[in-house]
Design a protein around this ligand. Sequence first.
Ligand code: BES
Ligand code: ZN
Ligand code: ZN
Length: 485
Amino acid sequence: MPPEIKIISDISKDQSVVYITKTDAFPGDIPLSPAEMGYAKKKFAEKEDVIHINSYFKSTFIVRLKDELPHYRVMEELRISACIIAGIIKKLSLSSLVISPFSVPGGSAEAFTEGLLLSAYRFIRYKTIDTEKEGRFPNSILLHGLENNFDLNQLTVVTEALFLTRDLINEPVITMNTSALVKEIVKMGKQSGFTTEVLGRNRIEALKMGGLLGVNKGSVDPPALIIAEWKPDEHRNKKPLVLVGKGVVFDTGGMSLKTGNYMDGMKTDMAGAAAVAGTIYALAKTGIPLHVVGIIPVTDNRLGGNPLVPGDIITMHNGKTVEVLNTDAEGRLILADALSYSSHFDPMLVISIATLTGSAAVTFGTQATAMMGNAPEEMFSLLSESGLEVYERVARLPFWHEYGEAMKSDIADLKNIDNREAGSIKGGKFLEFFVEAPFIHLDIAGPGYLKADDHYRKKEGPGTGMRLLYTFSAKLARQLWENNK
Ligand code: BES
Ligand code: ZN
Ligand code: ZN
């Protein structure tokens, strides 16, 4: 659970406080001794970003904004400073912290608070003895006044949704198998107000979803397809936004077995599914007036029984045939069926999110999500803008038809791999053959799985894509509302 937040109007002398200031404005009256004040002013003159004065029973922090940077960078620097301060607070066991912004740009206190909240996440369910300090630090965050537009409820809900998303990803497959993931998402629906429908093996067979069934052939657990729907009475879109998330609860590669350390971290191969579930949870809990449908295909990709083998040809939900040349390119097979199923909803836009290709991670490292598709430009712009705002940046890749041609097979309609070139784009192009509506594909293989903490983005599953899709959806709802006025 994240720390609790309260709003206060006065700061008492014995409280730990962080003052957020502009580059050149030393905060006015801070309760410090003359010696401490001298130290603080010296550090300020030396342009230190985070100044810490430890006065025994309390700490005082001064965070200097880098206000020469673009606004979205200033906000990210604040989240990072908050994470650094969270580390100090934990070491000193300070239970509460006051946040006091001092003539700073709008959004500063919110970004700082967000950084503090998100830094508190730890996946420690399985530690019988906690070697680090117990509890969460700070226990409570006290906001000195509330700045305009600071939506406290939204921040709390998004944090909670992100923690749930991270928990789903971090849980290993021994506990988070197909049925457990289904159960957790159904529970999230009940808690927040979105509805869920779960299709089991029989329904999936009746729908002739050869991709999902094919990947599942080596598993002892049946596959599932989750339909999550948030349709508030006052929704602004005539056609729904459909979000499709890859839910491979573990990816061994199947018969094209992953070698060396390539299997490490593959419990996070359902990070797309988790991001979709977390997004719809937050949309429902904050009551965003948008009709959104999540479609989540779930299975593990394992060896056992009679698994798919290279050369197999399968028939997909939309009737297209696929030559499976590599069973490790399984994400596109299960997503293809989910994407063609999206046509039932006649969507305004379909977005898929998936840890799809190592190629995307090679291209962008952990800094960006690969984005591609055929949707109208405004949709890409809105995603890019949302990406900067939450600092989950998206980087666009071309989506030329030649890349799609490369995915055609000599003996079936399509093949699931080509050569190593342009792997992420070709993965996206393969998916495009199964979508009828405007389409955007997000490949989160890079930032979706971290080997080490990146400040407040905690390893292993930081939940990348959840804050992005939530912000995008909320902006879309607002835009539709303004256009209809
Ligand atoms: N789940 C992997 C992609 C992945 C790799 C995610 C590394 C996160 C980190 C995916 O199913 C996969 O194995 N893709 C193959 C595709 C290839 C066979 C065309 C890959 O990227 O190697
Ligand atoms: Zn794979
Ligand atoms: Zn995979």
